[in-house]
Ligand binder design. Structure first.
Ligand SMILES: [Zn+2]
Length: 242
């Protein structure tokens, strides 16, 4: 994002397209925000930092290209005159963080950079964290304001919604959202950023506590009873879904 003169990037996996865009728009890169250590999120950090002198923020407990200013829960990051609160959201990786701006005069809409924790219609795979951690992380994100722009790191929406419809087939909000996203992708328009309000209505990983999603998961795995077990079974079902 940028303000016409300065820019920030989040999770630059590749420096090349970012450098091209900075040049095209004549922007100075002020800062790089990193949510977790995966290569497709940090691959461009060194090149961009060395070329621009941008400062880098990243999670406290993960291996990120140094030097990086490490930030954790409750700390704040101020970039482009916008204040972000750091949230710890383990699950996809053990030290994954997210950046949340609650809205201000400069940027009235709340803004969330959540990396690979929450996607539109889905969530990240559990590479390092437990289902209980991921459920806690997603529950925390779901309590952010409904108009929060959910800036996730990948356009996985249509594939996520195919699974969501298998889980939550009678959800009319989901059916309408899927049709809308299909039309957007046909017109080559990104479906992201999404909004937290719609994610709470359509994303099965934010809805594993609802009767309809829980009943559907229990058909997949009859032993799942607790909230954590139902969430874990839902994630496993998605891992095996074709
Ligand atoms: Zn990742």
């Amino acid at each position: 994002m940028h303000n016409g003169a300065n820019a920030i990037v989040v999770d630059p996996g590749d420096a090349v397209p970012i450098q091209a865009k900075l040049k095209e728009l004549n922007l100075k890169l002020e800062a790089i925000l990193v949510t977790h250590h995966h290569a497709d999120h940090v691959g461009g950090v060194d090149t961009l930092r060395n070329a621009t002198g941008a400062r880098v923020y990243g999670p406290a407990f993960e291996v990120i290209p140094e030097p990086v200013q490490r930030v954790g829960a409750g700390e704040r990051v101020s970039v482009l005159g916008i204040d972000f609160a750091v949230m710890e959201v383990p699950g996809h990786t053990a030290g994954h963080i997210a950046y949340f701006h609650q809205g201000s005069d400069l940027h009235p809409t709340p803004l969330l950079f959540c990396g690979d924790t929450l996607f539109s219609g889905g969530c990240g795979r559990l590479f390092e964290g437990t289902p209980a951690q991921m459920l806690t992380s997603l529950t925390m994100l779901s309590q952010l304001p409904d108009d929060t722009l959910v800036c996730c790191a990948h356009e996985y929406t249509l594939s996520n919604l195919k699974f969501a419809l298998a889980v939550d087939a009678a959800n009319s909000d989901l059916i309408a959202y899927e049709a809308n996203c299909q039309a957007q992708r046909k017109a080559n328009i990104p479906t992201i950023p999404s909004r937290m309000g719609i994610e709470k209505k359509i994303n099965p990983f934010l809805r594993s506590h609802t009767a309809s999603v829980a009943a559907s998961v229990q058909q997949y795995n009859q032993t799942a009873q607790s909230a954590t077990d139902i969430f874990a079974a839902l994630r496993e079902w998605k891992n095996n879904f074709r």
